[in-house]
Design a protein around this ligand. Structure first.
Ligand code: M6R
Length: 604
């Protein structure tokens, strides 16, 4: 995800911006740039690829004495990772950097083009600087123009803007994307997307809230809220440890990533939902023409999201759907028919087995689609079509937010295809879209749930095995819960369909067999409950996860009462992730880098 830095002060502005961007590298990016305004002159540099390329381009550029500057690392969403699409974006005499997505950029762009504005990039961001300059011509001050611009934008953003007429001022706005400002005793001002670039520079920081906007200069930080009312900055001491700052105070990246799920799912939904329709600008509307089967292929967690997808695809689109484990598929001489859409799913886009199946499908002449988290990865470059999951960089080896965003994409995609194939009426679509909008709230980690799981985890550190059980789409979630636990606790765990336990595994039932039972209120509740009762009768230790209290369980993790089973799915997903995390912590394991595992598996 993109990163933003800004600086106002007397030190070496160029170095401060570049160092700040380096601290944001962990967020993932494909290009970077800076703009510095000194002595009323703008200098602007951009480079694709790693920051070293930008450093090379700026090596003869010297900044000393007072200057203002803004910098950006870009993770492509609108338009390819090219220099022209890299930030900062320029108008006639202003530069802007932006993190997020401007949802109404098409409308604004059209109107600006009608006024004769020429756009240089394919980005949504560029409209901000042109809209600002349009407003500037009709305003009394740059601040008035900036304020007007901010209220014309829809979507999510963290924005920094600098303009020649105000060469000692940085304008800022935040809505839905993170940003903070730091200060010190030297009257310097630092902006960034997270704490890390500010460590060692600022002594105190103010985290902007959604709707905040304003400006800073040498003497002042003026913040306004969404009602245009001036407010006081709320300064706190800044963290001093870089690694913990990168983890935003969480103990592990995995924990941070579990907590981030609400935000990244919101990013994944952004610009793709309307009242009763789903938009994927990145897809050719004809992609599904002549398609009679969807084949999904992946490994590990991505395979589990593929399995989840198959339930939604068949249910909503009435298209036959099959799911394949990539390492199996590639050697079993599979039949591939041209009326099949071949979909690969991967967080990294580099997993060797999955990549190979994509090559096979392409060779067989199938239409291909990749659902991936890393732009410009091998799979993204190879597939005919691509949907990016927008989870941001995932550091924990045990995948969490990538899974959450993959399932979100598939939920949207199944409704999108249902519209194309006319298998879902508009009322149904509107209902599903309403539910999708609820997902970010349903995955917010509550203190109550986390504390409860922390406490009960101490009872699950031994035993001769775990069974995670569920029915329907909760079966892939059970598989995912078991995989999470295996990966970071090194305890044996299996995911199983609840109804299948009686066909064999129930023979293992005794108090030392731990059953984690997924009991959604809105999907086959009674049937799933009976399966759990069968295990309880045989003395298996049961931990039920449900909205409905269950008296046969030894432990109970309560989720909220939801309107629909898919919201229960997402809340239970958080519960099983936290359970694995807390068990692993109690066992003293390395949560982020479990033994024997790699984040990206590029060997077969
Ligand atoms: O990058 P990919 O999604 O293709 O990776 C696939 C698997 O290697 C990955 O999901 C693995 O199972 C994770 N460690 C799961 O937490």
């Amino acid at each position: 995800m993109c990163g933003i830095v800004g600086y106002l002060g007397k030190q070496n502005t160029k170095e401060i911006l570049l160092d700040g961007l380096k601290e944001l590298e962990y967020r993932g990016y494909d290009s970077a740039g800076i703009a510095v305004l000194q002595n009323n002159n703008f200098s602007n540099f951009k480079a694709i690829g790693k920051l070293i390329n930008l450093e090379e381009k700026t090596k003869n550029f010297i900044t000393n004495d007072f200057a203002i500057g803004i910098g950006h690392t870009r993770w492509a969403t609108h338009g390819k990772p090219t220099e022209l699409n890299a930030h900062p974006h320029v108008g006639e005499s202003s530069y802007v950097v932006h993190n997020g997505i401007i949802e109404n950029y098409v409308k604004l762009k059209k109107s600006l083009e009608n006024d004769g504005v020429k756009f240089l990039s394919q980005t949504d961001t560029e409209v901000i600087v042109h809209q600002f300059e349009k407003n500037l011509k009709a305003s009394l001050s740059a601040f008035e123009a900036f304020e007007k611009t901010i209220f014309e934008l829809e979507g999510a953003y963290a924005i920094l803007l600098v303009t020649k007429g105000e060469n000692e001022t940085i304008f800022f706005a935040k809505h839905g994307s993170p940003m903070l400002v730091g200060i010190n005793d030297e009257d310097e001002k630092y902006f960034a997307s997270s704490d890390t670039p500010l460590i060692g520079h600022a002594t105190q920081v103010n985290y902007f809230e959604d709707g905040d906007y304003g400006y800073v200069n040498k003497n002042e930080i003026a913040i306004f809220d969404k009602t245009r009312t001036k407010k006081e900055a709320l300064f706190t001491q800044i963290a001093t440890n870089r690694l913990s700052a990168q983890k935003d105070g969480f103990r592990f990246f995995m924990e941070k990533e579990i907590y981030e799920q609400s935000d990244v799912i919101a990013d994944t939904l952004l610009g793709r939902l309307s009242e009763d329709s789903i938009t994927f600008n990145e897809l050719d509307p004809n992609l599904f023409d002549g398609i009679n089967e969807i084949k999904l292929c992946a490994c590990g967690t991505s395979y589990h999201s593929a399995l989840s997808a198959s339930y939604m695809f068949e249910r909503y689109t009435k298209i036959r759907c099959s799911v394949e484990i990539a390492s199996e598929f590639r050697y079993r001489e599979p039949l591939m028919c041209k009326d099949t859409l071949f979909v690969v799913i991967s967080q990294s886009g580099e997993t060797a087995d999955t990549l190979e199946t994509l090559k096979m499908a392409k060779k067989a002449g199938l239409k291909t689609l990749v659902v991936c988290n890393v732009d410009n990865s091998s799979m993204v470059r190879l597939a005919d079509a691509c949907i990016l999951t927008r989870a941001g960089i995932e550091k924990g080896v045990a995948s969490t937010k990538a899974f959450a965003t993959q399932v979100t994409v598939f939920w949207m995609l199944s409704i999108y295809v249902a519209e194309v194939k006319n298998t879902m009426d508009s009322q149904q679509r509107a209902k599903q879209i309403h539910l999708l909008r609820e997902v970010p709230a349903s995955v917010k980690v509550t203190d109550v749930m986390h504390e409860r799981i922390k406490r009960l985890s101490k009872r699950y550190l031994h035993g001769h095995g775990f069974f995670f059980i569920g029915r329907d789409i909760f079966f892939p979630l059970a598989l995912e819960g078991a995989l999470k636990l295996k990966e970071i606790s090194y305890l044996h765990a299996e995911g199983y369909p609840s109804g299948e336990m009686k066909h064999g595994p129930i023979a293992l039932a005794d108090p030392e067999l731990f059953t984690i039972a997924l009991l959604p209120q809105h999907l086959l509740y009674e049937k799933s409950k009976s399966n759990v009762e069968e295990l309880s009768a045989r003395d298996s230790t049961i931990c039920a996860i449900s909205a409905i209290d269950f008296d046969k369980a030894d432990d109970f993790i309560q989720i909220s009462t939801c309107q629909d089973y898919m919201l229960e799915f997402f809340e239970m997903m958080v519960a099983v992730q936290l359970l694995s995390l807390e068990i692993s912590v109690r066992l003293g394991n390395d949560v982020d880098m479990p033994r024997n595992l790699a984040k990206s598996v590029t060997v077969e």
